[in-house]
Design a protein around this ligand. Structure first.
Ligand code: DGT
Ligand code: CA
Ligand code: CA
Ligand code: ZN
Length: 574
């Protein structure tokens, strides 16, 4: 059985949790968590790297010790240390760690004093009133525990796009309060992570009480969880939680920095501050009692000798070092996008006509829109055969004569068949401006075959873009087994482009893949795969993901003017 990166990450997370419950040194616990994060985010298979004898210590946060542990997991499928720990600390305690009001110290107490080894036993003890009698626990903690258990433990994550309307409405609501100077949703939402656990809102005001009163009057609140002088927590309709912190102007920047995270990024900043004999927290950056910075994030970075780091980069993936050396990427923005290279119309499964799509693209200020309807195999989508595709091509020629200010590119999204051949004949593909290919069936092939299938498709000289390259659907379908690095190498050799599909259910390539593509020199197309005019606006999710993947304007082909784009699509000079 191949050991996947996710398996390695899970063992390391488990060790971190169990060590933490045992009372191990927090730095050591953190080192395991960071290594786990590295493992789960790494786009290449660590097992393969081990087999090929590659040096794991080149990966972020992996020293000799952790590299050895990863090798052990790959080679034996397990880690002796984890097995030893499981004998000392019941694994059933792990889920308790994340419960409100319970940290490692309290979980340890529950275990030592009450013999609790699982959520179920905790529930019993709480019902019998035994928890409140423990020193430092009390009735309120016991009640919180029971409530949390009643809500069910597995915390739900929300797709970025489904959290966005609430986040924007909440910002607007807060800025409608006279006492508020500025309000921003920070946390993973601001980092444009593909899913968010909750919303972390920071408001700048000198009058906490008034802001909190205003906050809890927001229309879409299902339940107010807590309400203090400067903080409050609510559950919105639909189950998303929002935490508000109100801070004075002089702390707004440091509070934003803290609540934007990600935690390892902030921890690293705090360590840098300590090395300079400074203190960084939510309230400011201090030397002794003197506040050196705090009003804006930019002044904090500057005081630490760093360039400003955009929120999407704050994942502790090398951004701090780059900020110190002045080598941060100049991230792509929505303004850089000149057109969309993947869209559908009513000819197949789109909901807007060719004309409507063209007009909508022009309204967005685009120079071009590629119309890439499905090919015949995709029957559910009424995929085009050669004859219908040729009809559409003629219609596009007519429209291009007629329309000012936008050029439609003739294209198709062609299915990659099981053997890697394409679902439309070369004689028609040759005549198109842009050919996208994609996998829409046979997701479960073994990695070797799936990779061979995709590589074969890219060998077709008419192919330009590989769409949604890993096939994942966030929270619903795992990526198919594919050697993505091999695919990237082939794309590079052949002048093919990989898509970053901006559909918020897909976001495929993901951020780590984008970074890998950039490092390898592979070009990316950020496309929406729009099935209606309103889907064109999804481009912002793709751009967010691209920014998380360190992409710059030059890395993305649909930032090019039409003439240059056409040259790239001819697969010359790639
Ligand atoms: P999420 O909500 O799971 O998608 O992820 P985040 O990143 O929004 O995390 P969350 O909501 O737990 O906390 C928001 C931010 O607050 C986080 O990004 C960094 C900061 N933060 C929370 N706890 C700690 C902590 O113990 N230490 C430090 N340095 N920062 C923390
Ligand atoms: Ca959050
Ligand atoms: Ca939070
Ligand atoms: Zn499509």
């Amino acid at each position: 059985m191949a050991v996947h990166n996710a398996d390695i990450a899970e063992v390391l997370y488990e060790v971190a949790d169990l060590l933490e419950i045992e009372g191990e040194n927090p730095f050591r616990v953190r080192a395991y968590r960071e290594a786990a994060r590295t493992a789960e985010n790494h786009p290449r298979s660590l097992a393969e790297m081990v087999e090929e004898g590659e040096d794991l210590t080149r990966l972020p946060g992996i020293g000799e010790d952790l590299a050895g542990k990863i090798r052990e997991i790959v080679e034996t499928g397990t880690l002796r240390q984890a097995e030893e720990l499981r004998k000392q600390v019941p694994p059933g305690l792990r889920p308790l760690l994340g419960m409100p009001g319970l940290g490692p110290r309290r979980v340890r107490e529950l275990h030592r004093r009450l013999g609790i080894t699982s959520a179920k036993e905790l529930e019993e003890a709480a019902r019998e009133g035994r928890v409140r009698r423990l020193p430092g626990f009390g009735e309120k903690t016991e009640r919180n525990i029971l409530e949390a258990l009643a809500r069910g433990e597995a915390p739900q994550r929300f797709k970025l796009a489904s959290a966005e309307p609430a986040a924007r409405a909440l910002e607007e609501h807060l800025e409608g309060c006279e006492a508020v100077r500025e309000a921003t949703v920070a946390g993973s939402f601001r980092r444009r992570k593909e899913t968010v656990g909750d919303l972390d809102v920071v408001a700048c005001s000198e009058d906490g009480r008034r802001v909190i009163e205003h906050f809890v009057a927001f229309g879409d609140i299902e339940r107010v969880v807590s309400k203090g002088r400067t903080r409050s927590s609510v559950v919105l309709r639909g189950g998303l939680e929002a935490d508000l912190r109100v801070v004075p102007e002089e702390s707004f920047g440091t509070a934003l920095l803290y609540f934007t995270g990600a935690q390892p990024h902030h921890v690293a900043l705090r360590d840098m501050a300590l090395q300079r004999k400074l203190k960084l927290n939510e309230y400011g950056l201090f030397r002794g009692e003197d506040r050196l910075a705090g009003r804006t994030e930019a002044e904090v970075y500057e005081a630490l000798g760093l360039r400003y780091i955009e929120p999407e980069l704050r994942e502790h993936r090398g951004e701090i070092e780059a900020a110190r050396k002045g080598t941060l990427p100049k991230l792509i923005t929505g303004e850089d996008i000149r057109g969309d290279l993947h869209s559908h119309t009513t000819a197949t499964d789109g909901r807007s006509s060719l004309q409507e799509m063209a007009r909508a693209a022009r309204e967005r200020g685009y120079e071009y829109l590629a119309v890439t309807d499905h090919s015949r195999r995709l029957r559910v989508a009424r995929g085009l055969d050669e004859r219908r595709l040729r009809e559409q091509m003629e219609e596009i020629d007519r429209l291009n004569e007629e329309l000012e200010g936008i050029t439609l590119l003739k294209g198709a999204e062609v299915d990659i068949l099981e053997d890697g051949s394409l679902d439309l004949p070369d004689r028609v593909l040759e005549e198109l401006d842009v050919v996208i290919c994609s996998v829409h069936h046979k997701f479960r092939l073994p990695e070797k075959e799936q990779t061979r299938r995709v590589l074969r498709a890219l060998e077709n000289p008419n192919v330009n873009i590989l769409a949604h390259p890993t096939g994942r659907l966030i929270g619903r379908r795992e990526p198919y087994e594919l050697d993505i690095e091999r695919v990237m190498e082939a794309a590079l050799e052949r002048g093919c482009i990989l898509e970053l599909n901006s559909n918020p259910e897909r976001l495929d390539l993901n951020d780590a893949h984008c970074k890998l593509a950039k490092e390898m020199g592979v070009r990316i197309a950020i496309s929406t795969d729009a099935h209606s005019t309103s889907d064109l606006a999804n481009i912002r999710f793709g751009v967010g993901q691209a920014r998380r993947g360190w992409l710059e304007r030059e890395d993305v082909i649909n930032t090019r003017p039409l003439g240059e784009l056409r040259r790239l699509l001819r697969r010359e000079g790639a």
